[in-house]
Design a protein around this ligand. Sequence first.
Ligand SMILES: Cc1cc2nc3c(=O)[nH]c(=O)nc-3n(C[C@H](O)[C@H](O)[C@H](O)COP(=O)(O)OP(=O)(O)OC[C@H]3O[C@@H](n4cnc5c(N)ncnc54)[C@H](O)[C@@H]3O)c2cc1C
Length: 496
Amino acid sequence: MYDIIIIGGGIVGTSIARQLSRYQLRVALLEKENDVSMGASKANSAIVHGGYAESHDKLKGRLCYQGRKQFAQLDQELNFGFDPIGSLVIAFNEEQKKGLEDLYKNGKLNGLDDLSIIGHDDIMTLEPNINPDVQYALYCKGAGVCSPYEMTIALAENAVENGLDLYLQSEVTAIQKQEKHFVINTTENQCFSTRTIINAAGLHAGTISALAGDDSFSIAPRSGEYLVMVRGSGSLVNTVLFQMPTKMGKGILVTPTYHGNLLIGPDAINEEISDLDTHVERLWKIFHEAMLTTDQLNIKKFIRSFTGLRSVSSTDDFIIQESETVRGFINVAGIQSPGMTSSPAIADLVVDILRDMGIALTEKENFNPYRKPIIRRKDLIPASKAQAFVDLPFGQENRFVCRCEQVSEKTIRDAMNRGIKVTTIDGIKRRTRAGMGFCQGEFCRPRVAEVMSDVLGYDIDPSFDIEHSGINRVGKTDVVRYIEKKLKELDQTLPS
Ligand SMILES: Cc1cc2nc3c(=O)[nH]c(=O)nc-3n(C[C@H](O)[C@H](O)[C@H](O)COP(=O)(O)OP(=O)(O)OC[C@H]3O[C@@H](n4cnc5c(N)ncnc54)[C@H](O)[C@@H]3O)c2cc1C
């Protein structure tokens, strides 16, 4: 019998799991996919948001800054990569400036102490490549970027290290409430008993809640597509650049990622069903809108598109509470943006709810808050020098398995030896960046499979890619050609 079972291994479920692993409790996490971070937590803007954009009337408004404040310490402990580069919401006229003032006031209500409205000259100093027509900006000094899947993996690894039982490929299909406990069934014919359930199932949180007997809310997907540019292109801008937010979201942003790519997106479309495909017309619209922020974007640097799905709840807010109809069942649902930023504060709130429910929370003496990094942010060595490392024989720990991102064999072996069984090439990609470079894995995929096969003791098929199954992403060449054609139609000059 578990004290607590968490359903869902995204950033929310793993943040809660890591927090609960501090206490003398039997805790398990059930995740339907073959790895953690397979939902929204791997496909988002990766911005550690300031906390001014969501209304103070909403839980998501009140929790965001509370979460953001914890990122520096969490990164010190878990080494997932966080950089507080600051963010700007830009305005081109007096009317839009009023919008910035509203955001500023809301930010103050949410407790922020690092907001200011700055003028044209200060903006140009911070961002020499920005559209020079920009007049004002809301500057949030402590906002930043992080690596969301690395963070989720780090939280999960640390929770496992501290006693969490993690079950992958365990999709919850039935929940029965008994007098004093729940019985949970999964697709793998596993059967679990637990006193308390925490529902952190993202897009499926409404279904999971209904399985337990509470159908008081529903969740709908809202998709957002992105363009990712090659490593190094992120240096075009220094901060996270937002345009004015809309009712559907925070608008199109242009930002460096933690590892130095340039990220452009997302749009926002309400979907009937979960659709992770990308669409060339949508990508063009995003690119075109981003050109208002800076006209220095270079489509030739494009390497990949992707889609993220927001979990929009019927209350349009986070739902974080014990169910009123099913006692012992806690919903952590509707966690759309800024859910990643809020995740540390969401975990704290869940701990408070558990305490209020009378669950004994006795701290462990041996809790270890630290987790070593798998990778650190790095500059690449010149290709001419790197080739000697690429050519080393299999088994040499310094051999570069991935040429573009210069990922060594040692790093891949380390990623596979951390308490979570990694069985896919994409799992290695998220942990090490092998396959995230310009060639997008063309070169390294068989080499990664070779190392994985050696560690696992069975063959990994390099062409098998669970992440791609069923997802249609527009190819690199098709995106570049289409956007070049559109730019020509607009009579834009392409940067060389
Ligand atoms: C386009 C987009 C941009 C965003 N940008 C930002 C941003 O810049 N900053 C920010 O702070 N936030 C951002 N967010 C929000 C953030 O990504 C989410 O709030 C966060 O990832 C939600 O985490 P989660 O754990 O609730 O959900 P998920 O990561 O989706 O995890 C839910 C997990 O539950 C599992 N699951 C589902 N059903 C079952 C079942 N039956 N049994 C077992 N497991 C199950 C899923 O497989 C999944 O792994 C963005 C989101 C999107 C989509």
